[in-house]
Design a protein around this ligand. Structure first.
Ligand SMILES: C[S@@+](CC[C@H](N)C(=O)[O-])C[C@H]1O[C@@H](n2cnc3c(N)ncnc32)[C@H](O)[C@@H]1O
Length: 289
């Protein structure tokens, strides 16, 4: 398993938004650059306690979160006999089923094997799992895809990393946005003061309107570095392109509800773990509202 931080608070925000967009605008094809495993056996960590375990505990008290497709699907896998946390690709496969086709990429053999197993278990007929660099594979698909509206999920470890001769996650995100294809782009920062940076970077590379929903851990940030990585992200966000206003509005409502739901949360070291949520739109190159 290459993704040791599954189920942390960054995953929660990413998966809440992804599931909302998929439910509102199911794509004909779905591609993911860094798919990870299909699902992960739930093992305890402080980051997961603060992440999906806290979310599932408090979500029923917040109607917007309680109704979210992420809550229902995550709860069904977590509470199943197998006790699994679903990754983003399995969320998509579960929600879209055989009505969509898939390109799921990862460099990690174990993750690829698990994704192929889930594709068989769910009876998907058009699911390509590529053990390959996700940026190159998705870029090639973007150029050749003719089946109708698609959605690309980009979830990089390092947004600037690139294979020799290839493009970075950030550059691919700009290409996806400019192509008119739906984009869900995740990012995270460990250091304070990074708010708005990713949105600015992507907006400088594309003319497509973007929506950004960003979450910041407002508690004792100086203590975050001492915690296991799954709790150390200080600021993380999702940028959407080529989705309807209604989907972006629904994601903003989810972000605000998440912030309320975490008002009294505590970080794994006992420090305050409240979350601040902001959303912004760039309707024109370089201009923010
Ligand atoms: C954070 S995990 C993915 C999590 C998953 N998207 C989710 O939300 O559940 C990142 C994954 O990227 C994979 N990876 C790293 N570099 C890659 C690359 N250039 N192309 C494809 N996958 C890559 C790693 O093996 C790892 O499984």
């Amino acid at each position: 398993m290459a993704n040791r931080n599954f189920g942390n608070i960054g995953d929660v925000w990413k998966h809440v938004v992804l599931a909302e967009v998929l439910e509102r605008e199911p794509p004909v094809w779905y591609a993911e650059t860094h798919a990870g495993s299909g699902a992960y056996a739930v093992v305890y960590s402080g980051g997961r306690e603060y992440g999906f375990l806290h979310f599932l505990e408090v979500a029923p008290r917040f109607p917007v979160l309680a109704r979210s497709p992420y809550r229902a699907i995550a709860a069904s896998y977590v509470e199943s006999d197998r006790g699994l946390y679903p990754g983003s690709a399995l969320l998509a496969m579960t929600m879209l089923g055989d009505a969509s086709s898939y390109l799921l990429c990862d460099l990690d053999r174990e993750s690829v094997t698990d994704l192929r197993r889930w594709s068989r278990e769910l009876g998907l007929h058009s699911c390509e799992v590529a053990e390959a660099d996700g940026m190159a594979a998705v870029m090639a698909r973007l150029d050749s895809e003719t089946r109708g509206p698609g959605l690309v999920h980009i979830d990089p470890f390092d947004r600037h990393a690139r294979a020799p001769g290839g493009c970075s996650a950030l550059e691919l995100a700009a290409r996806v946005a400019d192509s008119g294809t739906g984009l869900v782009y995740w990012y995270g920062y460990e250091e304070p003061g990074a708010q708005g940076r990713a949105h600015k970077q992507l907006a400088a590379l594309t003319r497509a309107p973007l929506w950004c929903g960003e979450v910041t851990v407002t508690g004792a940030n100086e203590s975050l570095g001492d915690l296991d990585h799954s709790a150390t992200l200080c600021t993380f966000g999702i940028i959407l392109a080529n989705v309807q206003e209604g989907a972006a509005g629904a994601c903003a409502a989810l972000g605000n509800a998440l912030s309320r739901a975490y008002a009294d949360a505590v970080l794994p070291d006992g420090a305050p773990g409240a979350l601040a949520f902001t959303s912004s739109t760039r309707v024109e190159h370089g201009k923010q509202t």
